[in-house]
Design a protein around this ligand. Structure first.
Ligand code: V47
Ligand code: SF4
Length: 389
């Protein structure tokens, strides 16, 4: 939809929503109060049209993905987040898993010769897997495969690791960076506002701690992502407060690559009584995120959590990234009830999903350098190419 078509659509809405829409067209920042109003009053078609307009202004038709795999070192965790279906307390660690360095290195080696560009390492906060254990793991991965980008450890894991090692955040970050950590994923952010955080995850790092770890990583020259766990007990105002804190930090550092809204799934956790959101509310959230997070280059839909069809739909609501091929090792969503029980897509399948909704698939590395544009690649040919399966 071009500017004229959006202006025509805006003419049919209330003056307050119209004025926000006009700001978006003029590339002016919307305020937190306006963000809340969009959630409360704007129609889904209008939000979609505006978010898509911004997405296409930033990225055209391009939709990014990468070729990655996950390592989840353990699901044993010292914390007890009420939404988590995945963790096990140390006393019940026999019900969970604890990978040794060798087992994790073997996972890395199983990708030898395969054109993956990133390993994503994230898991529970194990009381015995300390900074030195992970620093050594990073060094071993880098020694074996220097070309692999290591994106690892949420601010929650790092906060615990650094405190236990009696290091400042800066010292801890420098240690892991020197050992081979290239960037950080966005997990552990949940909802920053204490009215929600103290209910859903009372015992882990608070908002200021999370933000200061990311700020330190940015100052150390590393890029990071940011997430928001939505669709449980939070209000629209809590969501906007969360996004606003991220937007303010991004103004200061510019170190965030991607914002990743994560939909709350309610299977087998202490919040199973909270119903999951409708797909309409999901799409509204993605659209408002694209409109509000004006200084975030990318908005990502994590397809293992949303499911493939809904992930395709987000590409019309502001999203320009679908994460990666992932492989079937990630359990955090399958255990929480996602329909993707063994999340894994071949490159050909991911490219097919993106092409099916008329977008241009672009393979990227973690830092969004373009590796290959698949716009003119024929799907039938791809399926015959073993490097794309
Ligand atoms: O922080 C846990 C979420 C996150 C549930 O940076 C749940 O590229 C929904 O951060 N329902 C960890 N969500 C995963 C994560 C991530 C994932 C993909 C890509 C990136 C990236 C980061 O998973 C946690 C929490 O917010 N989570 N339980 C649940 N029941
Ligand atoms: Fe532990 Fe993360 Fe689960 Fe919280 S969400 S209990 S920190 S594994």
């Amino acid at each position: 939809m071009d500017t004229t078509a959006i202006t025509t659509l805006l003419a049919t809405t209330s003056p307050d929503i119209r004025s926000i829409g006009e700001k978006v067209i003029r590339q002016e920042r919307i305020t937190p109060a306006e963000g809340i109003l969009l959630f409360e009053k704007a129609s889904l078609p209008l939000l979609g049209a505006l978010a898509n307009f911004v997405r296409e202004r930033k990225h055209g038709n391009k939709t990014y993905f990468n070729r990655n795999f996950h390592i989840e070192p353990t699901n044993v965790c010292v914390f007890t987040c009420n939404f988590c279906s995945y963790s096990r307390v140390y006393a019940h660690r026999d019900e969970g898993w604890e990978l040794s360095q060798q087992q994790m290195l073997d996972i890395v080696k199983s990708y030898d010769g395969k054109p993956v560009t990133e390993v994503h390492i994230v898991g529970g906060v194990h009381p015995k897997m300390n900074l030195e254990f992970f620093a050594e793991l990073l060094r071993k991965i880098k020694a074996h495969r220097p070309d692999l980008h290591i994106k690892g450890f949420t601010a929650v894991e790092l906060d615990y690791m650094f405190r236990k090692a009696k290091l400042t955040v800066e010292e801890g970050m420098k240690t892991l960076h020197a050992a081979g950590l290239d960037s950080m994923p966005g997990g552990g952010a949940e909802i920053f506002h204490p009215e929600v955080r103290t209910v859903i995850c009372p015992d882990k790092v608070d908002a200021d701690g999370w933000l200061s770890i990311h700020e330190t990583a940015h100052r150390e020259g590393m890029h990071t992502n940011a997430t928001m766990l939505y669709g449980h007990i939070e209000t629209y105002a809590h969501r906007i407060d969360h996004m606003n804190r991220l937007r303010e930090l991004q103004d200061r550092t510019g170190g965030f690559n991607t914002f990743i809204p994560l939909k709350f799934r309610n299977k087998d956790n202490d919040m199973s009584n909270v119903p999951e959101l409708s797909v309409v509310e999901d799409m509204k959230l993605y659209a408002v995120a694209r409109l509000f997070m004006d200084n975030f280059p990318h908005i990502k839909a994590y397809w293992p959590m949303l499911g493939r069809k809904n992930a395709q739909l987000t590409l019309s609501f502001g999203v320009n990234d679908l994460d990666g091929t992932i492989d079937d090792t990630t359990k955090i969503y399958s255990m929480a009830g996602s329909e993707e029980q063994t999340p894994s897509l071949s490159t050909a399948q991911l490219v097919g999903l993106i092409k099916q909704v008329g977008r241009e698939p672009v393979e990227r590395d973690t830092l969004y350098n373009e590796i290959r544009n698949f716009k003119d690649v024929d799907l039938a040919t791809m399926e015959l190419d073993p490097t794309l399966n």
